[in-house]
Design a protein around this ligand. Structure first.
Ligand SMILES: [Zn+2]
Ligand SMILES: [Zn+2]
Length: 64
């Protein structure tokens, strides 16, 4: 299964639901400073910036 929004591979975890496999997180976040995309964190794992915000919530592509 893939996320219909970002196309990344996703996995179903019992009790948690669908998670992006790459980051093990429901949300994909991105950094407004450097453009890095990744999992949950307070600050950007790439540049340490604080403009690290939610991009989207996982959305299983059920069309396949
Ligand atoms: Zn996604
Ligand atoms: Zn950054």
């Amino acid at each position: 299964m893939n996320c219909s929004i970002c196309g990344r591979e996703i996995e179903f975890h019992r009790g948690k639901g669908w998670l992006h496999k790459e980051t093990n997180s429901i949300y994909i976040m991105y950094c407004k400073d450097c453009g890095y995309e990744g999992g949950n964190s307070i600050t950007c794992p790439n540049c340490g910036g604080k403009n690290y915000v939610d991009n989207h919530c996982v959305s299983p592509d059920r069309s396949k």
